[in-house]
Design a protein around this ligand. Structure first.
Ligand SMILES: C[S@@+](CC[C@H](N)C(=O)[O-])C[C@H]1O[C@@H](n2cnc3c(N)ncnc32)[C@H](O)[C@@H]1O
Length: 278
């Protein structure tokens, strides 16, 4: 059980009770499907305190009541504050190796449609496009949709500007081919070359909502390190919907700690954290 007392007793700026935490748990579950366990008290307090300051509220109770009473832009900020966006270029490398050989396995000229469904700040979708350019050439018919629920990370993804330390593990060849180094005031930064964002359609998609905007099915879906925040029931519903937007035989790449072997009716395990749509 975590603390429930007034702000001064805890050295906190705002009063923070178990009831406030439970209310946040319920709201973020309804909005994003994210199950926040009790160990996240301190994280939630710290991330949402910023929202209280920005919106001029002096208590969590007041902020949450105001939030619930309006259908305004603060909902997006609330969600943005509570998502965890950790990612990196070529994270879980084996998926990119598999993607490259999958892309090479079909005749030249085959059109490809890929969806990166928890794109965060862009490292994952850009790793996918780099892989496609290397495997198929820059002029192939390759379309990538990169989405996330968090509008702030998508803005970063669209910009495609990163710190040099974020690309430390990349080969010199990739650095030269796909990135531009910042100079002067931008020293220490790098930007992806324009052909990478040109190949990507960035958009907000909430995995737990029934309003995905896709008309044509995908060949490959990346849904990595996001379902880990969902409970089993939500995971199953999302898997059913991914099944609908994938072509038969299409591939689903998931995160290293995610396992959907129970959904055998939808997907067959094909390799390490890669499933094939039935
Ligand atoms: C830990 S990051 C993983 C990023 C990337 N896929 C990777 O594996 O490196 C999880 C991402 O899922 C997003 N997310 C959380 N809930 C979501 C939802 N309901 N719909 C879409 N994206 C969501 C978060 O905003 C965050 O950017």
């Amino acid at each position: 059980m975590q603390s429930t007392n007034g702000p001064l007793a805890q050295g906190r700026e705002f009063e923070w009770t178990n009831a406030d935490f439970e209310r946040v748990q319920s709201l973020i579950y309804q909005k994003a499907g994210i199950s926040l366990h009790d160990g996240k008290h301190a994280m939630v307090y710290s991330r949402l305190s910023r929202r209280l300051r920005e919106t001029g509220h002096d208590s969590f109770r007041g902020y949450l009541s105001w939030l619930e009473g309006h259908d305004g832009p603060e909902w997006q900020e609330f969600v943005n504050a509570l998502t965890t966006n950790l990612t990196s270029f070529f994270r879980e490398q084996h998926h990119f190796e598999l993607l490259a050989s999958h892309l090479r396995s079909k005749p030249t000229g085959t059109p490809w449609r890929v969806w990166c469904s928890a794109a965060s700040t862009g490292e994952e979708p850009y790793s996918i496009v780099m892989t496609a350019h290397e495997a198929l050439g820059a002029n192939a018919s390759f379309s990538l949709w990169a989405s996330d629920i968090d509008s702030k990370v998508l803005a970063t993804a669209r910009q495609g500007v990163y710190r040099l330390e974020n690309v430390k593990g990349l080969s010199q060849e990739r650095m030269k081919r796909f990135f531009m180094r910042g100079k002067g005031a931008n020293d220490g930064l790098i930007r992806v070359k324009p052909e990478l964002p040109r190949a990507v359609e960035f958009l907000i998609v909430n995995l737990i909502k029934d309003d995905w905007p896709f008309r044509e099915p995908f060949d490959v879906v990346f849904c990595r390190n996001v379902m880990i925040y969902f409970d089993a029931q939500t995971q199953r519903r999302v898997l059913e919907r991914i099944h609908k937007v994938l072509k038969p035989g299409g591939l689903l790449c998931v995160g290293h700690a995610e396992n959907f072997t129970e959904s055998k009716d939808l997907f067959t395990l094909k390799g390490k954290t890669v499933y094939e749509r039935r």
